[in-house]
Design a protein around this ligand. Structure first.
Ligand SMILES: NC(=O)c1ccc[n+]([C@@H]2O[C@H](COP(=O)([O-])OP(=O)(O)OC[C@H]3O[C@@H](n4cnc5c(N)ncnc54)[C@H](OP(=O)(O)O)[C@@H]3O)[C@@H](O)[C@H]2O)c1
Length: 230
């Protein structure tokens, strides 16, 4: 890697945090956002990252995170739209508050990232958008329907952006399967899912693989799941 400048949302834990460590080890210069400042400080201390408290539901927060990258490093090479939430409930529960949060974080948060980063990428004539989606959108299962819908909306966005992108902008959608983060361990996931979960480093390496390809190679989709996941 040629010390790319990488913004990661949701970098205070789980896949985002592990991706920060993975990319820092490969020479990336990191700009990290999430809501929990203390957790961001810990990751920054280990990676040399700059950070900004960011709620991706707020467009101005995501804009400020991208602005921080440009102010600090003079450019932005990769935006990893990783922040995400899941509320696992049947539709009949009418968890409209949870539905709204999933739409606001998982979909609108990604749109906020695009709105902030695309003008920078266009001005530079280079850039890479990495969207973290989910295998929940590939194999639809009960109780994860709205979550899967938000992730598949981002999958659609990724492919549409790729088609509009032209030769200077790369777009990658990474679909993790069950991954051992608070996302799963703090949920009511059944024991067999906890037992099969893969480490977040598996996803971080997939993201690094997409980023470190030559600039004329666009890795469009990566699915990385535990071998045991059905
Ligand atoms: N773990 C899995 O099995 C799995 C499988 C497929 C896909 N994914 C996807 O992978 C991504 C990362 O999930 P994870 O497993 O690493 O979960 P996690 O450990 O719960 O981490 C989620 C991250 O998102 C951040 N976040 C949540 N709401 C946010 C908001 N409004 N604004 C900014 N940041 C926010 C959290 O930080 P703060 O709370 O500090 O804001 C945290 O850093 C998500 O998009 C998730 O949908 C996970």
């Amino acid at each position: 890697m040629d010390d790319p400048v990488v913004v990661i949302t949701g970098a205070s834990g789980g896949i985002g945090e592990t991706t920060a460590y993975e990319l820092a080890g490969r020479g990336a210069r990191l700009v990290l956002g999430a809501r929990r400042a203390d957790r961001l400080d810990t990751v920054a201390a280990a990676t040399g990252a700059v950070t900004r408290v960011t709620d991706v539901r707020r467009r101005e927060d995501v804009q400020a995170l991208v602005d921080l990258a440009v102010e600090t490093h003079g450019r932005l090479d990769v935006l990893v739209n990783n922040a995400g939430v899941a509320h696992v409930r049947p539709l009949d529960d009418l968890d409209v508050v949870g539905w709204d949060e999933m739409v606001d974080v998982n979909l609108r948060g990604v749109l906020h990232g695009l709105a902030a980063a695309l003008p920078v990428f266009r001005a530079q004539s280079s850039g890479h958008v990495v969207n973290v989606v989910s295998t929940a959108g590939l194999r639809i299962v009960p109780d994860q329907v709205v979550y899967a819908a938000t992730k598949n909306a981002v999958r659609t966005l990724s492919e549409g952006l790729r088609q509009e992108a032209g030769p200077n902008l790369r777009v990658t959608a990474v679909s993790p399967g069950v991954t051992s983060t608070e996302f799963v361990t703090k949920s009511a996931a059944p024991q067999h899912l906890l037992d099969m979960a893969m480490p977040p480093a598996a996803v971080a390496r997939a993201i690094a693989f997409a980023i470190e390809q030559p600039s004329d190679v666009d890795v469009g989709e990566i699915v990385v799941r535990p071998t045991a996941q059905g």
